[in-house]
Design a protein around this ligand. Structure first.
Ligand SMILES: *Cc1c(COP(=O)(O)O)cnc(C)c1O
Length: 360
């Protein structure tokens, strides 16, 4: 079909489980954006929306912290890490970390050469013994990049969460080796809802120095934050952000969706919804013979092994999803706007495709 320039492109025929960034913008974020779109306001963050959003973030974490808006998570992560280490330092992270697998070398680039040191661990979480070994390995060796930062992803790339105890234990090791702690919180809100804790309990209270706080996957159009609990690390951040092209001139439009989502804790309602539906999907799918969960479903993503024939049949039926955990590991993400009917319709197709594959 040829799209005429006068046509408005249509959305996909139905909602998908490919990624939470396939979803649109939540009503709360959208309304705040519309309200911000009135009259003139100072540029580059000197506007009232940015001030209010920043205050709401401080209230959310119940502490004074430095808050910066960037356009996306890759920028938030790589600029955060760049401000935590020098070019001859190293960042220790899980081998499946987004900073390692999905950022095209941005952390190395923006830090001017910092090395990522990979460790393993079950369910996408950094194993503490491996982490400690990596801290100690070649410490002081002039020929090797010196470990300076631990970066953990909360929730992880396998849809699991670190408990506050696990985080505290990792931070204690980090402190012992003089490492700072960074958290990639692209789905931080989902983790807060899953753990039923206060945001402070899994950040500054358990040793996190800098947090990349995701807004996009939560249901905003654009705009992820860097939150510095260790304010010393934020010293040159304003220049770092500007130099990398991440300083929005019409900042109010990055800030307003945050105001809409943080006021009245709309964010919690939306992530609980997405987490709950993922749990339902996970329970039903894991009971089907021949399907096997790759990790417990703790937030809004189901990671499950499926026969390759079934994966193909689901794709033939129009389902879009990623299979980046091996070639038979399917990732199914729920979003703020996923409905129970969407979940049921996917389950029905999985059942039918399984039955068809068995008889062939
Ligand atoms: C989506 C995501 C990011 C940010 O990705 P961008 O596409 O740059 O916004 C960062 N970390 C994790 C774990 C993610 O899932």
């Amino acid at each position: 079909m040829k799209l005429q320039t006068a046509d408005v492109p249509s959305p996909l025929p139905h909602r998908q489980f490919a990624s939470d960034n396939y979803a649109g913008i939540t009503p709360e974020a959208w309304q705040a954006l519309a309200r911000a779109n009135s009259g003139h306001a100072p540029a580059y963050g000197d506007d009232a929306w940015t001030t209010v959003a920043t205050d709401l973030v401080r209230q959310m974490f119940e502490t004074d912290c430095e808050v910066f808006f960037t356009f996306n998570g890759t920028a938030a992560n790589s600029l955060a890490l760049a401000s935590m280490c020098r070019p001859y330092h190293a960042v220790i992270c899980h081998q499946s970390a987004h900073i390692q697998t999905d950022e095209c070398g941005a952390p190395e680039f923006f830090s001017g050469g910092a090395k990522l040191i990979l460790v393993d661990g079950r369910n996408g979480k950094v194993d503490i013994a491996e982490f400690e070994q990596a801290c100690a390995r070649r410490a002081g060796d002039v020929h090797f990049s010196q470990a300076r930062v631990l970066s953990v992803t909360q929730a992880t790339e396998l849809g699991t969460v670190y408990s506050s105890n696990e985080l505290a234990a990792l931070s204690a090791v980090a402190r012992r080796y003089q490492l700072k702690v960074h958290m990639d919180g692209a789905r931080f809100a989902n983790a807060v809802a899953a753990l039923n804790v206060a945001p402070k309990d899994i950040t500054w209270k358990t040793g996190v120095d800098v947090l990349s706080l995701g807004g996009t996957k939560l249901g905003m159009p654009v705009g992820d934050l860097v939150v510095f609990f260790d304010k010393n690390l934020a010293l040159d951040f304003a220049h770092r952000r500007k130099q990398s092209g991440q300083l929005a001139s019409k900042m109010r439009f990055l800030a307003a969706p945050w105001v809409g989502m943080l006021q009245g804790e709309a964010w919690l309602k939306h992530v609980r919804h997405a987490n709950d539906l993922a749990k339902e999907l996970s329970i039903v799918l894991s009971q089907i013979d021949g399907l096997q969960l790759l990790a417990p479903t703790e937030v809004n993503g189901v990671f499950i092994k499926m026969p390759k024939g079934v994966i193909q049949k689901l794709r033939d039926r129009g389902w879009i999803f990623y299979t980046f955990v091996g070639d038979d590991g399917v990732r199914l993400m729920c979003s703020w706007d996923t409905t129970r009917e969407d979940v049921e319709s996917l389950i029905m197709d999985v059942r039918q495709c399984m039955a068809l594959t068995e008889t062939n």
